[in-house]
Design a protein around this ligand. Structure first.
Ligand SMILES: [Fe+2]
Ligand SMILES: [Fe+2]
Length: 302
């Protein structure tokens, strides 16, 4: 373990947005992801921080759910954007406005504003929308910190940075995506896909957006960055919804080899992958839903 990175004592993850709202929760859901991460230390409660990880497709449902769950957007200390997709970045400016803050750090990869298109089922832009331009973010009180390198947010919390080394079966994203460079159409390998890693005595807690870089490659990067091998929990989308059976099987086999303790997934993971994960991980698998609260180390889910 790299002790200079520090250790976190507590983390609470509240799902502000997932595609699924659960049964009779009264919360709103929309295709997208947003998690409120409250990270802290036993010895110094004041040093705790509240991080909004992704902002959903639009702010309305996220702010509605925050209010319903007793969370205050004005309490945010940081915003982290896992990648450019509209369903993770769409709510940003309106959430920044609701935070009523100035110079609220918004952390992302430098390529996040690039042109970005999906080709299936037909051509459509799927990156950051014009309503969330750098100028609009600044005017709403956000201060972008754009880096491709791992960034320590607080002791025991580090971003993965760009995932350049990818496990062979995760060499390219499952989606057919394009970007434009000087008018040339190039394949987009989602180099902006980054995740957050929380270092705890129980092991690593890794929070992902869609895992377009590949969930196994993300875990391997988190292990090499922190020097910690034990993965206590994986939380987020794995984007296996359109993956071939072979890739799903290889992913699950590697998660078993890595002895991942707890898996919380939903959003873009897909029913087939979720069903197989549930079969193989049994009660260590949990389907994410809007409003779910995951607390470590108590492992209390609500
Ligand atoms: Fe997504
Ligand atoms: Fe995505």
């Amino acid at each position: 373990m790299k002790t200079e990175l520090g250790l976190l004592d507590l983390i609470s993850v509240t799902v502000m947005m997932d595609d699924y709202a659960g049964y009779d929760s009264g919360l709103l859901s929309q295709h997208g992801a947003s998690y409120l991460l409250e990270a802290g230390y036993k010895a110094n409660k004041k040093a705790g921080r509240t991080i909004l990880f992704d902002t959903g497709q639009s702010a309305g449902p996220v702010l509605n759910n925050m209010h319903a769950l007793g969370k205050d957007p004005q309490a945010l200390d940081l915003v982290f954007l896992s990648h450019c997709h509209y369903d993770h970045t769409g709510g940003l400016v309106d959430i920044l406005k609701a935070s009523n803050r100035c110079r609220l750090p918004v952390i992302a990869h430098p390529a996040i504003f690039r042109p970005h298109y999906a080709l299936k089922p037909s051509l459509r832009p799927v990156g950051v929308g014009p309503e969330n331009s750098p100028e609009a973010i600044k005017a709403a009180g956000g201060e972008m910190i754009l880096t491709a390198e791992p960034l320590t947010l607080m002791p025991g919390v580090i971003s993965t940075g760009e995932i350049t080394e990818r496990t062979h079966f995760e060499a390219s994203p499952t989606l057919s995506l394009k970007t434009l460079e000087d008018g040339k159409q190039n394949s987009d390998h989602m180099l902006d896909d980054t995740s957050l890693v929380f270092m705890m005595r129980e092991g690593l807690v890794i929070v992902t957006g869609c895992s377009h870089a590949g969930i196994i490659s993300i875990i391997e990067k988190a292990i090499s960055l922190t020097g910690m091998k034990k993965v206590a929990a994986l939380i987020g989308g794995f984007h296996l919804i359109d993956a071939e059976n072979d890739r799903i099987e290889k992913t699950i086999a590697r998660l078993e080899e890595l002895e991942v303790e707890l898996i919380y997934t939903g959003h873009c993971s897909g029913l087939k992958a979720e069903a197989l994960l549930m079969e193989r991980f049994k009660d260590r698998f949990h389907k994410l839903r809007t409003g779910m609260v995951i607390e470590m180390p108590s492992r209390k889910e609500v």
